[in-house]
Design a protein around this ligand. Structure first.
Ligand code: ATP
Ligand code: MG
Length: 250
């Protein structure tokens, strides 16, 4: 790690370790992400990638190490702590509700209301959702469309839009395109690059090396819980990354 520590980094991890009983899922992991930077987290199955995402999103607590979010030391006892600090997560298996319109999904659990009776302010939620999907260039029929009428790529676009809307600086993505086809993956990657333009820091777990080269600025490699190295994407190669992931010389 060569990044200079700055107090305003959206995310800084120092010496993060996680034990599950006798299993060491993560060992001494360090990372700092700058605003507008996309860092890919790669590694084989079971390397510890999702565990790390869950630690940063407050789902798991690290056994050791420090998490700093926007320059502040963060003790995340559950996901609401992470959300309160502006950290949002996009999962492969979407946490979306099929039988609701797009705008309700965008505001899930944080619905806008109006008046003393706290009636759902559907018009405002629909308007704000439409503005956001337009800004991110996510092509859906309407913010009022039922979620079940959208394609997988459109749905993943909505999941990313939701994370963007609520994140103040950091978006975590665990294999956001794993279930998508080529064209849909391309659309979602465009949305991820829009997040970068907006100044968000993104940590993206991916098994897709081409994707890493298309979207990420840096890539960090985990092998069986150990951080093997971090590279600037423009200064590494597919072969070097595969060698780091597998532990075999290229
Ligand atoms: N809740 C848990 N309890 C016990 N062990 C766990 C738990 N979660 C993860 N592990 C273990 O930690 C290790 C890392 O798992 P993790 O899910 O982080 O891998 P991953 O890199 O995301 O893999 P994949 O690419 O298959 O998604 C594995 O050995 C896994 O069995
Ligand atoms: Mg995983």
């Amino acid at each position: 790690m060569t990044a200079t520590p700055t107090i305003t980094s959206p995310l800084r991890l120092a010496g993060i370790s996680k034990q599950f009983g006798a299993v060491t899922a993560i060992q001494q992991f360090d990372l700092e992400i700058e605003p507008g930077e996309i860092v890919a987290l790669v590694g084989d199955n079971g390397a510890g990638k999702s565990t790390l995402v869950k630690i940063i999103s407050g789902l798991y607590q690290p056994t050791n190490g420090e998490i700093w979010i926007s320059g502040e030391r963060a003790e995340l006892s559950d996901p609401s702590d992470a959300r309160a600090r502006g950290v949002e997560v996009v999962y492969q298996d979407l946490a979306l509700v099929d039988l609701q319109p797009v705008y309700m999904n965008l505001f899930l659990g944080r619905e806008l209301t109006r008046g003393p009776l706290r009636t759902l302010d559907r018009a405002r939620m629909a308007r704000e959702t439409q503005e956001l999907v337009d800004e991110l260039d996510i092509r859906i029929p309407s913010a009022r469309a039922q979620l079940s009428d959208l394609s997988g790529g459109q749905r993943q676009g909505i999941a990313i839009a939701r994370a963007t809307h609520w994140a103040s600086g950091l978006v975590l993505m665990d294999e956001p395109t794993a279930a998508l086809g080529v064209a849909e993956t391309a659309r979602v990657e465009e949305t991820i690059l829009k997040l970068k333009e907006r100044g968000a820091a993104v940590l993206i777990v991916s098994h897709n090396m081409e994707q890493v080269f298309r979207v990420a600025d840096r890539v960090t490699v985990l092998r069986r819980g150990t951080q093997v190295g971090t590279r600037v994407v423009s200064e590494t190669s597919h072969n070097e990354l595969v060698a780091m992931i597998t532990g075999l010389a290229s």
